[in-house]
Design a protein around this ligand. Structure first.
Ligand SMILES: [Zn+2]
Length: 297
């Protein structure tokens, strides 16, 4: 396969702000593998209705932490090759290396990646399973079962109305660095590890949710199980209305220990999800099968 166009498209030695880390050539990560995983992650999230024609997933450049990759203005299902992916500066979401245009809401990704150096991947979704919890005001998302321990002690609900200036359009989009920074701050400060967010996941009132991870595999896992958990929670709450009782959510210790369990088992769902989308007949990944996930992602 001739990768010259890809390397021209994805130059990785740009001058960047002083906080950048550019690896030396001997420790460079195979960028093709990263982009292959990003393309397949788009397909997985679409296949499982985490993303529809909207929503997106980003990954920090593993060879230069001051830029990130995310699909251009395309639906996740049709992202197929490096020509469909843009590269942007973490500092302000501006395009680099020949990228033109892109998602209006890429500032969700740039501001979270800027605020939390330990975050390497971000998903923004409009999942209909999660959306009711963004507007109820009476009950929020809580982890119901063991695959959702990553939701942690609480899942904040970001209300963009509190951030708007009088002249801002009320289109609910996080389409400026200022709005992205406000959303990023909702993830909170982890006092024991300030480079990580306090919360893995944040709801957006009347819009959707955002979840964060240390890798593409982990953030896909979190996005999938955030929507799955919402479906289970909804069914459990509806059943309490029919038969009484109350929903028992995971305890705080269960949330923490299940989160650790999820971290080492992430390779298993990822492997199956890759297998599924490659055989679905719906998607094209010109860069081939992504590498296997690590269990400690
Ligand atoms: Zn959105």
């Amino acid at each position: 396969m001739n990768l010259e166009p890809l390397w021209n498209f994805l130059s990785i030695t740009l001058p960047k702000p002083s906080t950048q880390t550019v690896l030396n050539p001997t420790t460079m990560v195979n960028i093709t593998a990263t982009l292959s995983a990003l393309i397949t992650a788009n397909h997985i999230l679409h296949y499982h209705n985490v993303l529809d024609s909207m929503g997106h997933i980003s990954v920090r450049n593993p060879n230069n932490n001051s830029t990130f990759f995310i699909a251009l203005q395309l639906g996740p299902a049709v992202v197929s090759g490096p020509q469909d992916i843009g590269e942007y500066l973490v500092v302000d979401g501006s395009p680099v290396n020949g990228t033109k245009g892109g998602y209006a809401e890429r500032y969700i990704h740039s501001e979270i990646l800027k605020a939390y150096p330990d975050v390497n991947a971000v998903v923004h979704s409009h999942s209909e399973d999660v959306l009711p919890y963004t507007v109820l005001g009476t009950v929020g998302v809580e982890p119901v079962y063991h695959m959702a321990g990553f939701l942690g002690a609480s899942v904040p609900n970001f209300d963009i109305e509190t951030i708007y200036t009088p002249t801002d359009p009320r289109d609910m989009l996080v389409n400026t660095p200022r709005l992205g920074a406000a959303l990023a701050s909702t993830f909170g400060t982890n006092t024991s590890q300030p480079t990580s967010p306090l919360h893995s996941t944040v709801l957006q009132r009347g819009h959707g949710f955002v979840t964060t991870g240390t890798s593409i595999e982990q953030v896909v896992d979190y996005a999938y199980f955030a929507t799955s958990n919402a479906r289970v929670q909804t069914n459990a709450l509806l059943l309490t209305g029919a038969v009484g009782g109350a929903v028992q959510y995971l305890s705080q210790m269960e949330r923490s220990d299940c989160r650790n369990m999820n971290a080492w088992i992430v390779f298993k769902p990822w492997g199956q999800w890759v297998w599924e989308v490659e055989r679905s007949g719906l998607y094209v990944n010109e860069l081939g099968t992504p590498p296997e996930a690590r269990g400690d992602a």
